[in-house]
Design a protein around this ligand. Structure first.
Ligand SMILES: O=C(O)/C=C/C(=O)CC(=O)C(=O)O
Ligand SMILES: [Mg+2]
Length: 223
């Protein structure tokens, strides 16, 4: 049961993973997408979580797996229709997250007007770092998030560049469905997304607050 586990192990709770898209203008631009007038969001299943020590699996149907490094916000207290001014009271802490994306599949889904679940919701599509309690991050809009592949810097972004702020996102989502304790919100990727192959090593961090390393492996059909 969710409540019997410490919130610092939010990935074991099996709660919602809510992802925000196109929340950084330069990433929307590199994807050739328009800036959103209102937050765009989608969900991943909780079985998408993966922790250091286990690989990120490239799905058998994917030919172009992309990394997206994102700041994750961990909800500490149920939020239903909360005003923006009180939204941060519902935050327990943060985590560094990857929104692993089957980019070729996403392109196909976009062309056909289909949801992005196949592209964004596969097993191991949500690698997460250790939990960082709220007290350790006085201002989540002043963080440098970064990602390297095989030691080479690919992504570096400042959370001050988000189009929609964290309190705005929490308030907005909470007017659509209840955010529950243990839920995770991925706040969108800065620019620099790109491909990874089997055996690549991804290292990513929030400044020098927290970092994590993952290996990429190929999923075989039927496994
Ligand atoms: O605009 C696109 O084609 C793709 C956008 C995304 O994949 C959205 C995100 O997940 C993001 O911005 O982080
Ligand atoms: Mg993303």
């Amino acid at each position: 049961m969710a409540g019997s586990k410490p919130l610092s192990r939010f990935w074991e709770w099996g709660r919602n993973i809510v992802c925000v898209g196109r929340n950084y203008a330069e990433h929307a631009k590199e994807m050739g997408s328009a800036l959103p007038a209102e937050p765009l969001f989608f969900l991943k299943p909780s079985s998408a979580y993966v922790r250091e020590g286990s690989p990120i699996l490239r799905p058998y149907y994917c030919r172009n797996l992309h990394h997206e490094v994102e700041l994750g916000v961990v909800i500490g207290r149920s939020a239903r229709a909360v005003p923006e001014a009180r939204a941060m009271e519902h935050v327990a802490g943060y985590a560094l997250c990857l929104d692993m994306t089957a980019r070729d599949t996403q392109e196909e889904c976009k062309k056909k007007g289909l949801p992005w679940t196949l592209a964004k919701g596969f097993g191991s599509s949500c690698p997460v770092s250790d939990f960082v309690p709220k007290e350790k991050i006085p201002d989540p809009h002043k963080l440098r998030i970064w990602l390297k592949v095989n030691g080479k810097l690919r992504q570096e972004g400042d959370t001050s560049s988000m189009i929609f702020s964290i309190p705005y996102l929490i308030s907005y989502i909470s007017h659509i469905f209840t955010l529950e304790e243990g839920d995770l919100i991925l706040t969108g990727s800065p620019k620099g997304v790109g491909s990874v192959e089997a055996d690549d090593e991804i290292e990513a961090g929030i400044g020098d607050v927290v970092s994590m390393r993952f290996r990429v492996a190929q999923q075989t059909q039927g496994s």
